[in-house]
Design a protein around this ligand. Structure first.
Ligand SMILES: [Zn+2]
Ligand SMILES: [Zn+2]
Length: 260
């Protein structure tokens, strides 16, 4: 595939897709997320105090799980669908298209635009964790860390694109505790098909080496006949880089031989 085959969407059209309705959706998501997380924190707090080491283990597992979820959601939104879809397309897919056309645009987003979507996707898992029975403390604490790290993910992602992030942020990036800019830059070379994890990026190299997302793409393509990244980089470039699918079985030929 040549770089000149890549056809991305028009930036102005993508920017205009950020409508007042999407903005209201983001504000509602942030409020809903904050209330749900407060409820979950109140549910797990007594056990965190009673078993701090167990809680710490659960928080760490939740943080790594968030890195995986960030990669999975990012891969799904980069690879499939279109901003023209109602609701999900406008609210969730459009920002991913915009981000590949102009990776600095995210640094101009305010708190609501940066974090609204991740709050939305974290509400259901946070409710699930809060409803877990008493004996499921590890799961509930893990769920708390997972949702908190997913909430932080796009903020970490935004910081990784800033020329001059705050000093404390730079320290965390250098320590590899939030997404480092040079690590994330690997994702931003066309055709944007690796290093999807954007919470901290710890899982990127392993998922790339085992061809995890390529395997998923083959499964989705084989079952749906969709071309990965067609909407993101244009059909020609997407077809050039897609692995060929097995031929569909030909319909059973009917015999034209006259009966004896
Ligand atoms: Zn991407
Ligand atoms: Zn980025």
């Amino acid at each position: 595939m040549s770089q000149t085959d890549i056809r991305q969407r028009d930036m102005r059209g993508l920017r205009e897709g950020y409508s007042p309705a999407v903005r209201r959706f983001e504000i509602a998501s942030i409020v809903g997320f904050a209330l749900t997380m407060a409820w979950l924190a109140w549910r797990i707090a007594p056990r965190v105090i009673a078993s701090p080491w167990l809680a710490l283990c659960a928080f760490m597992v939740g943080f790594v799980a968030a890195d995986f979820v960030s990669g999975f959601v990012h891969w799904a939104a980069d690879t499939w669908g279109t901003p023209d879809w109602p609701i999900i397309g406008k609210a969730l897919i459009r920002p991913f298209r915009e981000h590949h056309v102009d990776q600095k645009e995210i640094t101009r987003h305010d708190f609501i635009e940066t974090n609204g979507n991740n709050c939305f996707i974290s509400i259901a898992p946070a409710v699930g964790a809060a409803l877990l029975p008493e004996g499921w403390f590890f799961g509930a604490a893990m769920g708390f860390a997972l949702c908190l790290a997913i909430f932080g993910t796009n903020q970490f992602h935004k910081w990784s694109h800033m020329d001059e992030p705050p000093a404390a942020v730079r320290l965390l990036q250098r320590a590899g505790l939030i997404l480092p800019p040079d690590h994330h830059a690997v994702h931003h070379s066309a055709p944007y098909a690796k290093y999807y994890c954007i919470t901290v990026g710890w899982l990127n190299e392993a998922l790339y080496r085992v061809r995890f997302f390529q395997a998923l793409e083959r499964i989705v393509s084989a079952t749906t006949r969709l071309v990965p990244r067609e909407d993101d980089i244009g059909k020609k470039a997407a077809l050039a880089m897609a692995e060929p699918l097995p031929e569909e079985p030909a319909p059973e030929a009917c015999s034209l031989t006259p009966e004896a």
